[in-house]
Design a protein around this ligand. Structure first.
Ligand code: CA2
Length: 149
């Protein structure tokens, strides 16, 4: 059974650890990649961890995920709140999607409180920092196991 999970990170997440540590923590994107790879190995999952600042590239990656991955984890960054293109791609990819945010988007500015991504997501984890990605991997493990039994 396919146990590959695609993890997508949107605009500015390459800046993690460089600025705004009070909101996003001190860890870098590479630290986040390491955490995901370690947790995935413990859960017997494979991960493909990517980041892009370009909406079109994220859409291309989501389109390419159909049939190639068992599930998707996405932190779309600010595109979460604006991108119908990402929503359409997520709806079309026919994969379980788990949306993750480092910060609690519901405790922040009003414009961050709506997510287009959520309309395509099986679940949403926010406000738990990098650990949220690990929880999303656990959720995918359970979804795969449920689908197999
Ligand atoms: O909390 C999250 O994970 C967000 O998806 C992060 C986005 C933000 O636009 C969303 O509303 C919530 C921002 C990405 C990271 O931006 C940084 C900018 C400067 C320094 C560090 C990170």
């Amino acid at each position: 059974m396919n146990s590959k999970i695609l993890i997508l990170n949107g605009p500015n997440l390459n800046m993690l650890g460089v600025r705004e540590p009070e909101i996003y923590g001190r860890g870098t994107l590479e630290d986040l990649r390491g955490l995901c790879e370690r947790r995935a190995a413990e859960l017997d999952l494979e991960v493909d961890f990517r980041q892009s600042n370009a909406e079109g590239e994220l859409v291309d990656w989501i389109q390419g995920a159909r049939g190639a991955f068992a599930g998707l984890i996405i932190n779309a960054g600010a595109l979460t709140h604006t991108s119908i293109a990402l929503l359409d791609a997520l709806l079309a990819c026919e994969l379980p999607v788990i949306e993750v945010h480092l910060s609690n988007i519901f405790q922040r500015e009003p414009y961050r409180r709506h997510s287009y991504v959520s309309e395509a997501a099986r679940g949403l984890i926010c406000g738990l920092g990098a650990q949220g990605y690990a929880f999303a991997l656990e959720a995918h493990r359970k979804l795969i196991d449920g689908a197999a039994s």
